[in-house]
Design a binder for this molecule. Structure first.
Ligand code: MG
Length: 188
């Protein structure tokens, strides 16, 4: 099996959790952003790829299928199979999608279409609903394949390189505002 699509993810939210934790970009601490407003829980291990920057000003998100929950802060190898192309409250907010590379139960999952449809439906349904009680709308354009995912990942690594000094200085909100003024990072 080729290994190029196996990348390290930092888990922020273990599967089954309704607490939305995230790693603070300036302190590195795991912070409770909020408790989900509704009776929803994360249907997979959720986290991010370090040293990346997506259009929402945060590192690129990842959701990965696993058998057992891990813990916030754990680094896990994820085999990336595709992306979920989401627009969150008007902003492009892509999620990489994959499976735990070091769980033998997922060793036969090497392509997006090998993942049972219902699991993908469940993840899509979670993201469509999880901000409903906050009055925010999430739209899902489509799912894309592994090639698109790796392209997206590389773009996010490059963007981080370009902006890392400002991100580390805590200027995330200003950067995103500048992008929006230029028409960048906005959903259709
Ligand atoms: Mg994001």
């Amino acid at each position: 099996m080729k290994q190029t699509n196996v990348i390290p993810m930092i888990v922020e939210i273990p599967m089954g959790s309704s607490n939305k934790y995230e790693v603070d970009a300036t302190t590195g601490r795991i912070v409770l952003d909020r408790v989900l407003y509704g009776a929803n829980f994360y249907p997979g291990e959720y986290g991010m790829v370090e040293n990346t920057l997506d259009w929402d000003g945060d590192p690129l998100d990842v959701i990965a299928l696993a058998t057992y929950p891990t813990m916030p802060g754990v680094q896990v190898n994820v085999r990336i199979l595709g992306t979920i192309d989401m627009i969150d409250d008007g902003e492009i907010d892509t999620k990489l999608f994959g499976v735990f590379a070091d769980d033998p139960r997922f060793s036969t999952f090497t392509k997006l279409d090998e993942v049972p449809q219902h699991w993908k439906d469940e993840i899509e349904n979670f993201f469509l609903q999880y901000k409903q009680l906050q009055g925010k709308t999430v739209k899902i354009d489509s799912w894309s394949d592994e090639d698109q995912a790796m392209k997206e990942l590389q773009e996010c690594y490059d963007r981080f390189e370009e902006y890392k000094d400002r991100i580390e200085a805590g200027e995330k909100d200003q950067i995103v505002e500048e992008w929006h003024k230029q028409g960048l990072g906005l959903g259709k």
